[in-house]
Design a protein around this ligand. Structure first.
Ligand SMILES: Nc1nc2c(c(=O)[nH]1)N[C@H]1C(S)=C(S)[C@@H](COP(=O)(O)O)O[C@H]1N2
Ligand SMILES: [Mo]
Length: 508
């Protein structure tokens, strides 16, 4: 019992520390909260195969799983600190201080860190240590008193145990309340209402998609709220657009430093572009299609004047995260842009407010830097981006892929007339044809949805008279350069998954 009390003392002290740290972070630096900084550091240090495995196993839940493991690990160490306190108070204090120091170091290790980022860790220490001392004193008094079963003890014995219990409950409740206030403060940012100018080169009206006729097919334009999100960030950077700027430097004639107003004063293009994540599995959901508004990358680079020599554009996000893009690809005439708008609104925080890079035809990890703040003209020999350091491909064009949206894998559907439908993409080559094979039979051409250009996905469907039994449905696409989607299976690492999606459905 005594040991449990001391363990609880450690856990509650850590809880109080994390809660106060979270509150102080919420007031000054949401991303510097101890739980989050340790989590982000763990992400950065995790070997690529493990990270890959986590994304595959848990999908977007990988962040929740990671945070939970960080918390469980912290609780275990905190319990140990509490138990040590029983033997020697200073052992417990030292272990707790070590834990907080780790959080502080993790906060400072972030590339954008400054002295203010250590405040949450200092606050955690200031709350955690006194809590540990106080609760361990209560625990000591409670444990010194005789056991309640021992009838010879007076009523005072249970009073000291009640004291420990009340103290513990008080710390727990107080911590949860304080952490909740921190959470609310961190989220309470007024989204800046940026007014976006009209594009000088608008996209035409978006054709009506098949979603009205084929039930269950992806909408022709992915609504922003359901657009997939992939990044290494545990907290979404919240950029203040008034102090934000875009620097273009490196091997250029003239280094540029542009404010958001400078950017919006330049000619804007509006384009329909489909973005895919290299981590997308065949048939997966890390793909979305949107209408983007932005400044052509060519215009920006011409303004800075690119010197001879560079072969990559190294882009940097506000948190120091880097992405590298092959310069030749970005400058071959495609609509690569610094995007400031998505589906008729400014970028949302999760999709990179206030500006992101977008290079049609490339996977996001080599061309779609969110929260962009710097473009550096350099060489692959000279500088390496985040994923390059982790051995992912540097030139990664999106692979041609077709996906079945309806019926869902393993669905049970009624016999009779129905439709097989989905989307296919082959960015910057365009989708020429989509074919479906039922139960391993001949590849049959399907009906394609409207053509929104070679950088955009294409909806497709095939009317199907479903007969009772289990059926296998497969789909593949042909791009407009005449190349068929490969049936060779590949994992996402290092340059994107490939293979043909095949699903089974039961018709009743
Ligand atoms: N700053 C930053 N930008 C980033 C990433 C990131 O981790 N950090 N991830 C990239 C990856 S892997 C992809 S697929 C796209 C996803 O963009 P989305 O979240 O808007 O869909 O963003 C890219 N840009
Ligand atoms: Mo990605």
């Amino acid at each position: 019992m005594t040991r449990v009390r001391y363990a609880l003392t450690g856990v509650l002290a850590a809880l109080a520390g994390m809660a106060v740290g979270h509150l102080v972070a919420g007031l000054f630096r949401p991303a510097a909260s101890p739980v989050l900084t340790i989590g982000s550091t763990v992400i950065d240090l995790t070997p690529t195969p493990v990270k890959q495995w986590a994304i595959e196993q848990f999908g977007t839940a990988d962040k929740v799983i990671l945070q939970t493991s960080v918390i469980v690990g912290t609780v275990a160490l905190a319990a140990l600190a509490g138990i040590l306190t029983q033997r020697n108070r200073f052992l417990g204090i030292w272990l707790l201080t070590g834990l907080v120091a780790l959080a502080g170091i993790a906060a400072l290790a972030r590339p954008s860190a400054d002295a203010l980022d250590t405040l949450p860790a200092l606050a955690a220490l200031a709350a955690g240590i006194p809590t540990l001392i106080w609760l361990s004193q209560l625990a000591a008094t409670a444990s010194r008193d005789p056991d309640p079963e021992d009838r010879s003890s007076g009523p005072g014995g249970s009073a000291s145990r009640r004291g420990f219990l009340l103290g513990s409950v008080g710390v727990a409740v107080g911590s949860v309340a304080v952490a909740a206030i921190g959470q609310v403060r961190a989220g309470a940012r007024a989204i800046t209402n940026v007014v976006l100018p009209k594009p000088s080169s608008p996209a035409g009206p978006l054709p009506t998609g098949l979603e009205g006729t084929v039930k269950g097919i992806s909408e022709i334009q992915t609504p922003t709220k359901s657009f997939y999100r992939v990044d290494t960030n545990l907290t979404v950077p919240q950029v203040d657009v008034d102090s934000w700027s875009l620097t273009i430097d490196g091997m250029v004639d003239k280094e540029l430093n542009l404010t958001f107003a400078d950017l919006t004063a330049m000619p804007l293009i509006e384009r329909d572009i489909t973005l895919t994540c290299v981590s997308n599995e065949v048939g997966g959901g890390y793909v979305g299609a949107a209408r983007w508004l932005g400044v052509r990358l060519d215009d920006l680079l011409d303004r800075a004047g690119v010197k001879p020599g560079p072969d990559q554009i190294l882009s940097t996000a506000v948190d120091g995260f880097t992405i590298s893009t092959p310069l030749a690809v970005a400058r071959d005439g495609r609509d690569a842009m610094v995007a400031i708008g998505m589906n008729g609104a400014s970028l949302s925080d999760v999709h990179g407010f206030p500006a992101r890079l977008l290079v049609p035809g490339l996977y996001g990890f080599v061309g779609a830097t969110k929260w962009l703040t710097r473009l550096t003209l350099t060489t692959y020999g000279e500088r390496q981006a985040y994923w390059t350091q982790r051995k992912w491909a540097t030139d990664a064009p999106t692979k041609t892929s077709a996906r079945i949206d309806t019926p869902a894998p393993l669905a049970r559907i009624a016999a009779g007339p129905t439709a097989i439908g989905g989307v296919a993409w082959a960015q910057h080559r365009g989708v020429a044809e989509v074919e479906v094979s039922i139960d391993g039979g001949d590849w049959r051409p399907v009906t394609l949805g409207p053509d929104v250009g070679i950088d955009y996905w294409r909806q497709w469907y095939l009317p199907w008279e479903a007969t009772p039994g289990v059926h296998r449905l497969a789909v593949r696409a042909l791009d407009r350069t005449g190349v068929l989607q490969t049936s060779d299976r590949a994992t996402p690492f290092p340059d994107g998954s490939s293979g043909i999606q095949e699903i089974a459905v039961t018709v009743e």
